[in-house]
Design a protein around this ligand. Structure first.
Ligand code: ADP
Length: 481
């Protein structure tokens, strides 16, 4: 087959600091990850980079409309290079090229344009207080913001982070995941081309336990935004608590329930449930990985769901081949992790309905997998697998399924399928999660807040809500007597 993309990408392989490419350490690279040393990280924060940019040209010096213009310009430049970005994402993560183009890169463009629109609309309030006094509020940026992103949606997460941070006047020190840095590096060149003042956006590659940790501890960063695992989120919160109490927003893991009642439209439910667990090869924090089926539709749902899993398995392969629907997992580590979960499901007594094995004999391909007869105590039912593995559980009553679904430390998302509007809304409200999808599953809208309950996170991204998480409120009192 002719590949979907034939081209060459040129990217720099250093650290992008103060608008220039800088060697990771004096004298060259550490390894292919071009990891930043602590000294270089500090260089990204202290003059000549982000602090200076914040104090002299950006922050409260640059008009909101101007910040919006730059964000729009950046979005236009990404759009101009959309194929190259999608190809880099497909190479780095294993994403299907055609999907990466629309979902990952298209989504990032939409996000930057959305926040470009907000850049001149950040407003405070006027408050009448006691006699001869007046107060008003200003939503001021934090200054230098640290941003740490994961590997499952590299460009998507970069856009969710830099969009609202820049729109509200912060400067940014961003660390991509060490295993998927390519699109962030490509973006760096476009940041200069768009015309951002040097130092407003700095991109520092490196490992989590070194550079990520250093960002979390740095005394001149007062806000960190993180997307990744709950384990790492805990470390970042701890580092912040032990240093300068920086404000931390965390978007963490999940084990989201997807509940299908007897009165659901089965075809619709099966279609969305498949998307819910197999999208991005299951590597999504909002994956609907625990599927609760009411006994009346159990068999019919399972038959159709299994057919979709088999169909996807038949369309598994090279992300660049047209027609491919399902690519590999991101890395050997993730592949091994998922396979060990599959083994645990089998040895714990769950029944394999589809998949349950690798696809082919090489690469990191895992067949879309459906386990039934899952018990709430099994590892595959309790822990986040981050792979295309669904754990199916049968239930009888609404009351029972609410308890089962809420029996988790996570609370990122939930899904309810029912044609009974009262029940659908009742259950969506009863489930403990930051996002509830009713008769649909797992998508985000740039205008709608996103974030977790319980151990799935702190704070909200997207929509107008994100503006609040990138600004601090100053109350100004005036004596007018
Ligand atoms: P995963 O386990 O899915 O790789 P992580 O939460 O470990 O997810 O990684 C998400 C991001 O967090 C990556 O950019 C990674 O480098 C970074 N990271 C990992 N460990 C730390 C840490 N101790 N402090 C700060 N960032 C970290």
């Amino acid at each position: 087959d002719t590949p979907a993309y034939k081209g060459e990408a040129t990217i720099h392989t250093g650290l992008f600091i103060g608008g220039k490419w800088v060697d990771p350490i004096e004298g060259g690279t550490i390894d292919y990850n071009w990891a930043a040393s602590f000294i270089r990280l500090d260089f990204a924060i202290n003059p000549p980079a982000s602090i200076l940019a914040y104090k002299t040209v950006w922050g409260l010096h640059y008009p909101g409309a101007g910040r919006g213009k730059l964000l729009n310009k950046l979005a236009d430049l990404i759009e101009k290079n959309i194929d190259e970005f999608a190809a880099l994402e497909a190479l780095d993560v294993g994403k299907v090229f055609a999907k990466a183009k629309v979902i990952d890169i298209g989504g990032a463009i939409t996000c930057l344009r959305y926040y470009a629109g907000w850049a001149d609309k950040v407003q405070g309030k006027t408050i009448e207080t006691t006699e001869n006094k007046l107060a008003y509020t200003r939503h001021e940026p934090y200054g230098v913001v640290g941003q740490i992103v994961p590997w499952n949606f590299p460009m998507g997460m970069v856009s969710w982070k830099i969009g609202p941070a820049l729109a509200t006047g912060n400067t940014v020190v961003l660390k991509p995941s060490e295993i998927t840095p390519l699109t962030a590096l490509k973006l760096a060149d476009l940041i200069n081309e768009a015309g951002f003042p040097p130092g407003v956006v700095n991109i520092v590659n490196g490992y989590g336990h070194t550079v990520g940790q250093a960002i979390s501890e740095h005394p001149q960063i007062h806000k960190v935004a993180f997307t990744g695992s709950t384990l790492t989120g805990r470390k970042i919160l701890k580092a912040s608590a032990e240093t300068n109490l920086k404000v931390v927003t965390l978007e963490l893991g999940g084990k989201s329930p997807l509940v299908v009642f007897d009165d659901a439209d089965i075809d619709q439910a099966v279609k969305w449930a498949s998307h819910g667990i197999f999208f991005n090869m299951g590597q999504a924090c909002t994956a609907g990985s625990r599927i609760f089926l009411q006994e009346g539709i159990y068999d019919a749902f399972l038959e159709k769901f299994t057919a979709i899993a088999h169909d996807l398995a038949a369309k598994t392969g090279d992300p660049f081949t047209p027609g491919t629907q399902h690519g590999p997992q991101v890395s050997q580590i993730q592949f091994d992790r998922i396979m060990s979960y599959i083994d645990s499901g089998k040895s714990d007594g769950a029944k394999v309905h589809a998949g349950g094995e690798r696809h082919g004999s090489e690469g990191f391909f895992v067949k879309p997998t459906i386990f039934t007869d899952c018990h709430p105590d099994m590892k595959i039912t309790k822990e986040e697998i981050f792979g295309p593995v669904a754990a199916v559980i049968k239930f009888k009553t609404e009351e029972e399924v609410i308890d089962l679904a809420n029996n988790t430390e996570y609370g990122l998302a939930c899904h309810v399928f029912s044609q009974n509007v009262n029940r659908a809304i009742r259950v969506a409200h009863a489930l403990e999660a930051g996002s509830a999808w009713v008769n649909c599953a797992q998508f985000t809208d740039i205008a709608v807040p996103f974030g977790g309950y319980k151990q799935s996170g702190i704070g909200r991204e997207l929509g107008e809500y994100a503006l609040d998480t990138y600004t601090q409120v100053k109350a100004v009192h005036i004596n007018i007597g």
